[in-house]
Each structure stands twice: as structure tokens, then as C-alpha cells.
Design a protein around this ligand. Structure first.
Ligand code: URA
Length: 437
């Protein structure tokens, strides 16, 4: 395709006619090569936003994005490798728990994770709050760590899906982020490039998810599962609730400490339930003939026997982390300033603005305000009350942790608006909302 003819393709999409595989491949190759200017690609992205893409177009787009850079080769690691990806949430520390659970049951975990995005936290930032922990292993070190410990979690290596990096940056400034086909292709291009044999998608839904509407979340899950199938990778999606923060802790080392407690069998019930479900599904994907229910039972045994905790310590040790912090979490650096947020009335906690709570954690210092900002690993929130709890005026709802009183003042004002009290007890949350395969 000549650059000059790209306008014909924009017309085609604008009129709602599907693009063919060759057209999509040429478009991505030429865009990455700098032969299609940003203004034309912006018009194409907007046309996709309005007209959507069918499953064939979407699979072709995702594969072209995957093939725009390196594709990880995990064939040196024996066994079926299963990846897990969460679409993001608040207090979502599931990778720190499900990874060791799955590895303890004999399925290798070779995972590339991301950093916090917007109001959501990122696994890499949480792991880096463990002194010494390295997320930048070389390829050989990464494969070696998986072979010896059965698990390694690192940052994205090399030149993975560069087309996604370019398109994401363009979407960010052209009002085209919120498009289900564009989100689905963005996530799946990176997952396919990361090299695992099978993929479990944790598609969060609710007030603390990027996509808050359940039907839209279901559609995102369905489209990503279809891409996985089209690309020959078995993919399952679990829709999980993000209508309140997962567990009690939000913020990097606070979440690591909660993950350690959970691996020792003392974690919050909601976090334990979601982690066992995710691990159960990863095991069912990784072990021929194992059902999801049996996978959950195996995961539960690995949790209760301490085998998963052992795997976590092996991972930390294998990546240079200081084990004394895992053995004695009291050693983690603690915030200089704390404040208790008191209930301003009586009633049941009937709604949480979970995104707002994530933003509050960011104000406290747990996230980045700009790309260059340094994270304060000890900053964050401990939720003392959960959805459905009955409170009286003055009861402590949450404890805020930060480096300064000024940040606490700002965060307190914000957090005050993030929960609603009502006279009626709300329906209990369904944590595993749906499974799509
Ligand atoms: N996460 C991604 O990787 N891409 C998107 O488009 C949205 C969330």
C-alpha cells in the first residue's frame, strides 16, 4: 500500500466496511516504519472507535501488533506456561499470590508485568518495594529463575509490541482510548508477544475498574478470548468484581505485607477467594484433564500447606530481594504520618467509589503524578471497613499513610466522598462475576 492510498482505507473503515488481513498488516508495518503519519492514523483510530471491528479484523490487527517487535521464546522452560493478566484495579495484588500458588502446584510461571496506570497499582512497583528485588533480569537470568524457582516476574523485556506503544500514545491524545477493539488488541498483542502457551485474563468490572459497566466488561472479555482463539492460544477470561478495593491494603509495601499474610493463611477473605479462583483456572489451563474446581482445591492445599509461601520466598530470593523483609514484614519502611478517617454518620457502607479510593492512594504518594515521579512505597490506605459493614459515626473506616500532613489533608478531603452510607444492608458482592471461554 502506498502512503497516498491510506486515505482510501480510512474511508473504507469510516463507511463501516471491514478491512482485510493484508490491509491491516500493511497499515501496522507502515505506521511503525514512520510511513503513515500520526494525523492519518488518528483518523483511522477514530473510525475504528465509531465503526468497531469484527473478530477477523481484530485478530489480524492484534497479530500484526504482536509481530511488530520481539516475541518471547519460552520453549526452554518445560511444561505448559500460563500467563495471567489483570485489566487493573485498586488493591489488586493477586499476581503476588496466584503466581506462587500456581508454581507450587508444578505449573511454571514466567510472567512479564506492568507498572501502575492511572488510579490502578502495578505489580512491578509492588515488587520493587521489597529492598533489592530486581525486575530487570536478563533473558537468561529470567529463564534460569523460572527453571530453578518455578516462578519469575519481571518487567517487559526488549522490544515487545512497539506498535502498541506508538498507538497507545496516539490514542491517549486523540480521545480514542475507550474503544473495546482498541483496548482488546492493545492488551492481547502484549500477552501474545510475552510467549506463554495459555492466557487467563482477569477482567475487572465495577467502580474501581477501567471499564465500569458489566456488559461492556463482558464484551471486552469476549473480544479478547476471540483474539486468543484466532491466534491459536487458549484464552479464558474471568470477570471479577472491583466494586471495592481487593483486600484491605492499597499501596505498594502495604500490599506486599498483605500478600505475605495471605500466603501464610491469614489474608482477607475476598482476596483469598479471588486468588484461589484465578489460580484454580490457571492450573486447569496448565494441567491436562484438571477441572477448574479441582484446580481450586489444589491451590487451596498449596496455600494451607505453606507451599505457596515457600515459592514466594524462592522467587524473592531468586530475584535478589532481601528475604529478611519477607520473614519479618515489620522491617518494611513505614510512613511518617498517619490519619484515621472516621465515619460521618450511621449506617451500612452501601457503595464505594473505588476509583476515587485509588486516586486517594495516589495523592498519598502510592502512585506517580508524572512519568518521572518517585513512588513512596510506604504510602497508601488500609481499609478498616468493607462494603456492607455497619458503622456508627466516628468508627474508623480507613487509615491513611503518607510522608506529609499536607498530603493527608488533601487525601482526607478526597476520600470522604468515596463511600456512601445507607439504612439498608446491600446485597453481598459476587466476586467472581462470570467466566468466559
Ligand atoms: N491496558 C492496555 O494495555 N491497553 C489499553 O488500551 C488499556 C489498558
Amino acid at each position: 500500500m502506498q502512503t497516498g492510498r491510506f486515505v482510501d482505507l480510512i474511508h473504507k473503515k469510516k463507511e463501516g466496511r471491514p478491512l482485510d488481513e493484508q490491509e491491516i498488516q500493511d497499515m501496522i508495518r507502515q505506521y511503525v516504519a514512520g510511513e503513515i503519519p500520526d494525523y492519518q492514523m488518528s483518523a483511522m483510530l477514530m473510525a475504528i472507535c465509531f465503526q468497531g471491528m469484527n473478530d477477523e479484523e481484530l485478530t489480524a490487527l492484534t497479530i500484526a501488533m504482536r509481530d511488530s517487535g520481539d516475541v518471547a521464546d519460552l520453549s526452554d522452560i518445560s511444561g505448559v506456561k500460563v500467563d495471567k493478566h489483570s485489566t487493573g484495579g485498586v488493591g489488586d495484588k493477586t499476581t503476588l499470590i496466584t503466581g506462587p500458588l500456581v508454581a507450587a502446584c508444578g505449573v511454571p510461571v514466567a510472567k512479564m508485568s506492568g507498572r501502575g496506570l492511572g488510579f490502578t497499582g502495578g505489580t512491578l512497583d509492588k515488587l520493587e518495594s521489597i529492598p533489592g528485588f530486581r525486575i530487570d533480569l536478563s533473558e537468561d537470568e529470567f529463564l534460569g529463575a523460572v527453571r530453578s524457582a518455578g516462578i519469575s516476574v519481571i518487567g517487559q523485556t526488549g522490544n515487545l509490541a512497539p506498535a502498541d506503544k506508538m498507538l497507545y500514545a496516539l490514542r491517549d491524545v486523540t480521545g480514542t482510548v475507550e474503544s473495546i477493539p482498541l483496548i482488546a488488541s492493545s492488551i492481547m498483542s502484549k500477552k501474545l508477544a510475552a510467549g506463554s502457551d495459555k492466557i487467563l485474563l482477569d477482567v475487572t468490572t465495577g467502580s474501581g475498574a477501567f471499564i465500569k459497566d458489566i456488559e461492556q466488561s463482558r464484551e471486552l472479555a469476549r473480544r479478547m478470548v476471540a483474539i486468543g482463539k484466532g491466534a491459536g492460544r487458549e484464552t479464558v477470561a474471568m470477570l471479577t468484581s472491583m466494586d471495592e478495593p481487593l483486600g484491605h491494603a492499597i499501596g505498594n509495601n502495604l500490599e506486599v505485607k498483605e500478600a505475605i499474610e495471605t500466603l501464610k493463611g491469614n489474608g482477607p477473605e475476598d482476596l483469598r477467594e479471588v486468588c484461589l479462583a484465578l489460580a484454580g483456572m490457571m492450573l486447569a489451563l496448565g494441567r491436562e484433564g484438571l477441572s477448574y474446581e479441582d484446580g481450586k482445591k489444589l491451590a487451596e492445599e498449596a496455600l494451607d500447606s505453606g507451599a505457596a509461601y515457600e515459592k514466594f520466598t524462592a522467587m524473592v530470593e531468586g530475584q535478589g530481594g532481601d528475604l529478611s523483609y519477607i520473614e519479618d514484614p515489620g522491617k518494611f519502611v513505614q510512613s511518617a504520618c498517619h490519619r484515621e478517617l472516621a465515619a460521618r454518620g450511621d449506617g451500612y457502607i452501601s457503595h464505594m467509589d473505588t476509583e476515587g479510593i485509588g486516586i486517594t492512594a495516589g495523592i498519598l504518594g502510592a502512585g506517580r503524578e508524572t512519568k518521572e515521579s518517585e513512588i513512596d512505597y510506604s504510602a497508601g490506605i488500609i481499609m478498616r471497613k468493607k462494603l456492607g459493614d455497619k458503622v456508627q459515626r466516628g468508627d474508623v473506616i480507613a487509615t491513611l499513610h503518607s510522608a506529609s500532613e499536607e498530603k493527608l489533608d488533601r487525601a482526607e478531603g478526597y476520600m470522604e466522598k468515596c463511600y456512601t452510607l445507607s439504612d439498608h444492608e446491600p446485597e453481598p458482592l459476587k466476586l467472581i462475576v462470570d467466566i468466559i471461554c
